[in-house]
Design a protein around this ligand. Structure first.
Ligand SMILES: Cc1cc2nc3c(=O)[nH]c(=O)nc-3n(C[C@H](O)[C@H](O)[C@H](O)COP(=O)(O)O)c2cc1C
Length: 165
């Protein structure tokens, strides 16, 4: 096994919250599924998103200077399916999106955050994008859980009754 294979295997052990990162190219929605999303600071509220330079949305996000991070609810597996199986704006057809803020925000996501791109730093194959959060929308029905990716598949995060309460 090479360090490359070991790295993939090691990172497969990490559970990552599944998000759809979205923006628009003119009037067309574009986006990708991403788990490399991390809180940065509270003041200003900001996050990091690592986007592969080869992703179709990469240059669009940089050009646009704005994007949304949509944390998927367990009822939204179809978003992962559409984003991974389809290309371009077709990725957005299977679910309901709000375009009011200029970037696609997913209806009924656990949370959607609209960000302004502050900086895009070199991260080898990826750009480390710093987003300053301008708007946050929460799912109105406050039921528990979010979608996680671990190993090669989707999981549902739910509280451990004994430990979490
Ligand atoms: C569960 C999951 C997590 C992913 N996480 C990331 C990520 O954090 N960053 C990233 O650039 N691509 C990530 N990808 C890959 C992208 O979603 C996408 O497939 C790839 O960038 C190709 O996009 P394109 O067809 O628009 O060029 C992930 C894919 C899956 C299925």
């Amino acid at each position: 096994m090479s360090i490359f294979d070991d790295f993939r295997k090691a990172m497969g052990q990490f559970a990552g919250a599944v998000t759809a990162i979205t923006t628009t190219d003119g009037d067309q929605p574009v986006g990708l599924i991403a788990t490399a999303v991390c809180s940065l600071s509270a003041e200003p509220p900001s996050i990091l998103v690592c986007v592969n330079r080869s992703a179709s949305a990469h240059d669009v996000i940089i050009r646009n200077g704005t994007f949304a991070v949509n944390l998927l609810h367990p009822s939204q597996c179809e978003v992962v399916e559409s984003f991974t199986k389809l290309k371009g704006p077709e990725r957005f057809n299977s679910s309901s999106w709000c375009y009011e803020s200029g970037v696609p925000m997913l209806d009924k996501a656990c949370v959607s955050m609209r960000c302004e791109l502050k900086e895009a730093m070199d991260g080898f194959s990826h750009s480390i994008m710093v987003g300053v959060i301008k708007e946050i929308r929460f799912r109105e029905v406050d039921d528990e859980g979010c979608l996680l990716w671990r190993g090669k598949g989707l999981h549902c995060a739910v509280p451990m009754a004994e430990l979490a309460r």
